[in-house]
Unconditional design. Structure first.
Length: 251
């Protein structure tokens, strides 16, 4: 995780329920707990969550790593594999079976992707089965904004396997639809003109999607994996209880 950890909390809370088939053995973050945003708010709450639930904590601050090698930002992906090798050294002693990304804002590279091939999952705020011109339409950091401005009436969350191409891994579970809400009298064209209003509308819709989508399907996805009910065929196919699901499980 890299931020507030709301998804991480839901994953942990579900793991503590009686009969849960999985447990969280480590919280790893790429952001030190003494980093703050422009408004003075703590950026990452990983240590706080680890202390609250008594779960081991590891941190390897990615900005410190890059700066130690002469870079001012983490955008240079050429040395990211070196960072990910260092991450593996922190993670592997905990005998991890599955990695769940909960607001992890660093792109994973081959050292981690190959070590945990098919065993890294993420949740994305869009229906990844929607395509346009042969490509997934709503990928990247602005998926909710893009969906709203495209006129979508409903938003979805999707859990998926993490692969080298960001947001293109196998789809596991898609949430129930969450209706897009716009302020009364505001059109899409009006949103395009008013950037501040657009930011607010996107933020409000994304928070509702997180609550009704992410927080529901992410723990469920981990439960189904832990129960051995999901299988991958290595060719992009996803099976649940032996049945092929072309677009994952749809709630």
């Amino acid at each position: 995780m890299s931020g507030s950890g709301t998804n991480v909390r839901r994953i942990i809370e579900a793991s503590l329920k009686e009969g849960s088939p999985y447990r969280v053995v480590l919280i790893f973050t790429d952001v030190r707990d003494d980093r703050f945003d422009e408004e003075g708010r703590r950026i990452c709450r990983a240590r706080e969550i680890s202390e609250e639930f008594g779960i081991p904590y590891e941190c390897l601050d990615i900005l410190d790593f890059y700066r130690s090698r002469g870079y001012g930002s983490k955008r240079v992906l050429a040395i990211r594999p070196e960072y990910d090798m260092a991450v593996l050294e922190r993670v592997e002693p905990y005998d991890v079976d599955l990695i769940a990304l909960g607001g992890y804002m660093s792109i994973l590279t081959r050292p981690i992707l190959e070590r945990y091939d098919g065993r890294i999952v993420n949740v994305h705020p869009a229906d990844l089965s929607i395509t346009e011109d042969g490509r997934r339409k709503y990928t990247g950091l602005n998926a909710v904004r893009d969906a709203i401005l495209s006129g979508e009436r409903w938003l979805y969350s999707t859990t998926h396997i993490v692969r080298e191409r960001v947001d293109y891994g196998e789809i596991l579970v898609r949430s129930k639809p969450v209706e897009v809400r716009l302020p009364e009298g505001v059109s899409l064209e009006g949103l395009r003109r008013d950037k501040e209003l657009l930011k607010r509308v996107v933020r409000e819709n994304q928070e509702r999607l997180k609550e009704r989508g992410d927080w529901v399907i992410y723990p469920l996805t981990l439960q189904l994996i832990a129960e051995g009910r999901f299988a991958l065929d290595g060719r992009g196919g996803v099976y649940l209880d032996g049945v092929l699901l072309p677009h994952g499980l749809r709630l």
